[in-house]
Ligand binder design. Sequence first.
Ligand SMILES: Cc1ncc(COP(=O)(O)O)c(C=O)c1O
Length: 383
Amino acid sequence: MTDFREAVIDLGAVQANVQHLRRLIGTRHTMAVVKANGYGHGAVPVARAALAGGADWLGVADIDEALALRAAGIDAPLLAWLHGPDADFDAAITAGIDLGLSSAAQVRRAADAASRLGRIASVQIKLETGLNRNGVDEADWAEVLGLAAAFERVDRLRVRGVFSHLANTSAADDDAAILAFGRGIAAATAAGLTIDLAHLASTAAALRVPAARYSMVRLGIGIYGQSPFSDADSAALGLTPAMTLRSRVAAVRQVAAGAGVSYDYLWRAAADTVLALVPLGYADGVPRQAGEGAQVTINGRKHPVVGRVAMDQFLVDVGGHPVAVGDEVVVFGDPASGVPSAAEWGAAAGTINYDIVTRVGARVPRRYVDADAGTGDATGGQP
Ligand SMILES: Cc1ncc(COP(=O)(O)O)c(C=O)c1O
């Protein structure tokens, strides 16, 4: 480690996770979701690793994220589905990015942009099936799909598919959404569209709801080796967590029984003890809300985090175990190697593993390795 904080990203794990999920799920197409800087792992290196693992589509939320992948030379099929009112459809169409469209206004805007550019925009229509975020309401399907079909007939748009997203609330809610999505596919066909791609499932439904698989699944959390379930961890799903958040002890201090620790004295030493200072804080993504149960590994042994997590640092009670400045600290990683998991940190902070990995801050350098290949550093540096 060159500095006192880093996130080590195992790209071999990402590739293997995609291969494993593809074998289990078996859809014709697999989209790797690399939005939000690849859930904090680095969108470009993760996208490359996922494509090497057999993903044939990439998915991001917005056009800027998609353009960044294109700027890095990634030319795989790519879908962006969340647009502000001024989103640059021209740039997306020019870069060959599929637009996920959620309204008649967006369909018109895409067709206008295509005609301005003298090109055909490739689009996928997002259908609302119960999540109540973006997506076309069922009452408007006939109108919006009909409009898209009309633009397809005059070579402004190519409607490649329809998609939606599940609420992951209950089996009954998923079933209702699957039924609604089926009506949406029928509505698209009735509008005269030939639907090549239909996709509804993200990692959770892709694994546990075969009826939601259709021709493609959109895999996010699973490719990073994290479980979307509270009743199955990464290992139970055959996945390897790709991110390890590491640091080094910056200071060691003896404190007497009764000593207050960090802001607000949320914790006081019950007996004389030794504290290790870890130079990572909420600016780096360590949740300030982390309470009981948050642990780190120092020199291969787990110790509790004590007191308030501050912006740049937090404290660990190492008791009587020998710890010195410079010793390695693992905040979370692959629990198979004896370190805390992102899910455990999520539980300790009242959140989920998605939030823990995605929030790792820009101040933490990402170092890319391929543990299986044993190469140490695969791509080096920042994405
Ligand atoms: C529309 C959409 N599809 C797929 C995903 C991937 O979900 P997951 O990370 O649970 O696989 C997300 C992530 O939130 C999403 O917003």
